[in-house]
Design a protein. Structure first.
Lengths: 593, 285
């Protein structure tokens, strides 16, 4: 008998005819790992919730979920509670909302032990401390009394995993456990999960949108789409020979950092269109007394040529978004300057002349919040025209809008829609249309595809590349996702705590990284190939607090190659044969593959 | 254009909400009777009939609600009271809406020193003791219908300004405002086209809650004798005179008080319902 046996599961919500999960069957043996992969809306999370008995009251279910012989779907809460924590436990996507913000993390874990009578209250504290240590909170004694907001995202997720494993469950359900985390922290958490499972023989149900995460962590996988199962089987076999056409397409569309992609050829010997010269951005933290200066970007310089794509990569807190916003003039720079076509620009967008404003456009991360919910698609795209070409007649303007919508791959029947009536991909296309309709020379994309599903992500990237090939648009692409960088950029700039680590061409960066941080980041990215060895937790620790940056090289506390000098002096960005790098040991280290 | 969208959306969703449908039907019915009723009744609101004081409600000679201490028909007077009360409340709320939205949106969007100065002015006005303020106005300008609007509007717009400012502060963080700045939309353009249409939901909800507040204030002023003047009347004034004859003719108090209560309840429930429909947290608005 399987540990978990799901048969013909279907979930529908009252008042809606379309089921969110339809005829889903799978099973997990003791100690086995199954990854459920699918794009948003595939029904992955609903399945996980059903397994945990956490579906809302208005869900109508059919089929059966048997855990160790016990039917879960129709079970009363007190029966489920006998299984929860002790036999089956869950790790949620967002550890901030899954932890109680008012309770010390140690007490949260202790309460689980006591609530489920896993141990006596005398032992509870000790077991909590042992678990915190086990999941990698080294100073457990002190961390016991810490509140969730005082921990970083990675640490919080470690606490969540600890909480789930307290009762030594037979099955761990993890719903996108690393989606909210940075790539190096993701590698740490996945490594931790692998390590803990190998110690205790816990079965794993891992829900993820990322084929790479599943490929490296699950023996079996199940592809879902639109509430239905596409294919199920051993991960190796599915990746090697997918039998379902849609599965094959999803696997092919998954971005890979180990495979270079064709970018538009770069025109040689052209003067840069954007020059960023020693730009610094600072914020003031706190109120008048005890104000602290937070240096988000520190004296950063780079150039972009027409027709070029430069990717600015960094983890959260690296200052990449502040840099983007300073370039377009949404936030003030503390020092430095941005030049457009050789001319220095005023700092803030309000003081830039309209003729230049139109040349610098931006696409934001969240397509839903970047479109005005009270305006129709046609109005959104027409607004820039009416500002920059006010003399244009209504009919001409309408024609431009239609042409632009078709250009970004949208039917003109969407003209009258409101943003909330669009899918994420459509909304992002509208945002791109709004940016491109005034034919800018430079487009800054701030995580423009981060909120989108894999297949839509690659469609949007192709759209941007096609636009670049047609018009010689310069792209500044801000992202945390190295697979996207690999796919779209000519050059890559790596940021860490507001400084540049390394600038290099795409090919060189991924083949022969020169900065230890670049190397660590690249090897942290999960590769959608079950044959590839999972990253061996290449980078320990987390980004230092930007309010209290370490002396010397900002990366040295995490760097395994650090020497004494690294903690004393800040390395300057120095030009090398194939780019530039800010590391004292760049010449002696060989970080290539 | 954009405002139309917000209105249509609220209307569409309101159709499915029982509370909204029931409450707005009752209010519309009361308003219709208040407008048309006096035309059908043979009595005039100011004509006295000392032969027939304190008559019990009867259908016979069309004294549906009876007569008061001067023999005036209470039915016609109540309807007049409803009309005056609703008129005062709605006009005062519209005034406070206009001032409050403009003031709050400008303070919130412009921010910085302008915001600080504008909002401290609001705080200062809040500190004025309202009743003294009204009495003072009455003394200086004599009793005047217009003065009631001024008095009620003067307090109501403060709340509206605060709410709108708060909402604007959160809206201006949204990326579509950044996008508009990059496109080159001017500050007034951003406030008019991008901020205020998105305030609509909150404002509509809040307005249905300020109307009952205004009704209460008007009733309170009339009850104190500071409101409308005889022979004009309002629900508050009717309740006031009802109290003085409570022992002899309780219906003179009960009928206007009951109608006042129904109107207040309906507006409050309507506001509750609209809040569900136009919840600013909901993405669709």
């Amino acid at each position: 008998m399987s540990l978990l046996d799901v048969k013909d599961l279907s979930i529908r919500y009252a008042g809606s005819a379309k089921p969110v999960v339809n005829d889903l069957s799978f099973s997990i043996e003791a100690g086995q790992s199954l990854g459920i992969v699918g794009e948003s809306g595939a029904g992955k999370t609903q399945t996980a919730m059903a397994v945990m008995g956490l579906l809302p009251a208005n869900a109508v279910t059919g089929g059966s979920i048997r855990f160790d012989g016990q039917e879960f779907l129709s079970a009363a809460p007190d029966i489920l509670n006998r299984y929860r924590a002790r036999r089956i436990a869950m790790v949620f996507q967002d550890p901030m909302t899954a932890l109680n913000p008012y309770v010390m993390i140690g007490d949260q874990l202790r309460r689980i032990l006591l609530e489920h009578k896993i141990c006596k209250s005398a032992e509870a504290r000790e077991r909590t401390l042992a678990m915190l240590q086990r999941v990698g909170l080294p100073d457990a004694e002190r961390q016991y009394g810490v509140f969730p907001h005082q921990l970083s995202g990675g640490m919080r997720q470690r606490v969540m995993i600890g909480a789930a494993l307290l009762g030594e469950p037979d099955l761990l359900v993890a719903d996108e456990p690393t989606t909210a985390l940075d790539v190096t922290v993701q590698a740490q958490i996945l490594g931790l999960l692998r390590e803990l499972r190998s110690q205790s023989n816990t079965a794993l149900l891992l829900i993820s949108h990322d084929l790479g995460v599943v490929a490296g962590n699950c023996e079996h996988m199940l592809m879902m789409d639109n509430g239905r199962m596409l294919e199920e089987g051993p991960t190796q076999e599915i990746f090697a020979a997918p039998s379902n056409e849609r599965t094959a397409r999803l696997i092919a569309a998954a971005p890979r950092i180990d495979v270079p992609t064709k970018t538009t050829p770069l025109p040689a010997g052209v003067a840069p269109i954007i020059e960023v010269d020693k730009v610094s951005v600072s914020f003031r933290e706190g109120r008048a007394s005890g104000k602290r200066q937070l240096d988000a970007v520190r004296s950063l310089s780079f150039t972009v040529a027409p027709g070029e794509t430069i990717a600015i990569v960094g983890e959260s807190g690296s200052g990449k978004t502040s840099l983007a916003r300073a370039i377009v003039g949404l936030i003030p720079m503390r020092s430095g300057a941005v030049s457009y076509a050789g001319k220095k620009l005023p700092g803030l967008v309000q003081s830039r002349p309209n003729a230049i404003r139109r040349q610098l456009q931006m696409v934001f991360q969240d397509p839903v919040t970047s479109l005005n919910p009270a305006m129709r698609v046609a109005e959104i795209v027409a607004e820039p025209i009416s500002i920059h070409e006010p003399k244009k007649k209504k009919a001409e303007q309408e024609q431009d809008v239609n042409q632009m919508l078709r250009h970004v791959g949208l039917g003109i029947e969407l003209r009258e829609r409101y943003p909330h009536e669009l899918s994420g991909g459509q909304a992002q296309r509208v945002a791109i249309a709004r940016a491109l309709v005034v034919r800018p020379k430079v487009l800054i994309c701030d995580e423009a595809v981060a909120a989108l599903d894999g297949t839509i992500q690659s469609e949007i990237l192709h759209l941007l590349q096609a636009e670049q090939a047609d018009t010689g648009l310069a792209l500044i692409f801000i992202t945390h996702d190295l697979s996207v960088v690999r796919q779209i950029s000519h050059r890559v700039l790596v940021m860490y705590m507001g400084r540049v680590c390394e600038v290099a061409t795409n090919e060189r960066m991924f083949k022969r990284p020169q900065h230890p941080y670049t190397k660590a980041m690249i090897s942290s990215v999960p590769v959608p190939d079950p044959g590839a060895k999972p990253a061996e937790v290449p980078l320990a620790g987390e980004v230092s607090s930007i309010l209290n940056p370490p002396a010397g090289c900002p990366f040295h506390p995490r760097c395994q190659h650090a020497v004494a000098r690294c903690s004393e002096q800040v390395p300057e960005l120095e030009s090398t044969a194939s780019g530039s790098v800010a590391c004292f040991r760049a010449n002696e280290l060989d970080l290539g593959y | 254009m954009s405002y139309g969208a917000a209105i249509r959306q609220i209307l569409r969703k309101s159709g499915d909400n029982k509370t909204i449908v029931v409450c707005s039907s009752i209010l519309l019915l009361i308003a219709a009777i208040a407008l048309l009723g006096p035309l059908l009744s043979p009595h005039h609101f100011a004509s006295t009939d000392f032969e027939n004081r304190f008559m019990l409600p009867s259908a016979g000679d069309w004294h549906l609600f009876g007569t008061d201490d001067l023999g005036r028909d209470l039915f016609v007077r109540t309807l007049l009271g409803v009309k005056v009360t609703l008129f005062v409340a709605i006009v005062a709320s519209c005034v406070s809406l206009g001032i409050g939205v403009a003031y709050g949106a400008i303070a919130g969007y412009v921010g910085g020193k302008v915001d600080a100065i504008m909002m401290r002015a609001v705080d200062a006005l809040y500190a004025l003791p309202f009743i003294f303020f009204v009495i003072l106005l009455m003394v200086v300008f004599e009793r005047n219908f217009l003065l009631i609007f001024v008095a009620i509007g003067a307090i109501n717009w403060l709340d509206m300004a605060r709410i709108v400012r708060g909402q604007t502060l959160s809206l201006k963080q949204r990326e579509f405002v950044d996008a508009a700045r990059l496109i080159g939309v001017s500050t007034p353009g951003i406030i008019l086209r991008h901020i205020t249409p998105n305030l609509f939901g909150v404002v509509v909800v809040y307005m249905t809650l300020t109307i009952p507040q205004a009704i209460l204030v008007e009733s309170f002023l009339s009850f104190l004798g500071l409101g409308v003047q005889e022979p004009q009347t309002s629900l508050g004034a009717l309740v006031n005179s009802g109290v003085s004859t409570m022992e002899r003719a309780p219906w003179l108090l009960l009928i206007p008080a009951l109608i006042l209560a129904v109107i207040l309840l309906c507006f409050n429930f309507l506001g509750d319902g609209l809040r569900d429909v136009a919840d600013p947290k909901e993405k669709t608005l």
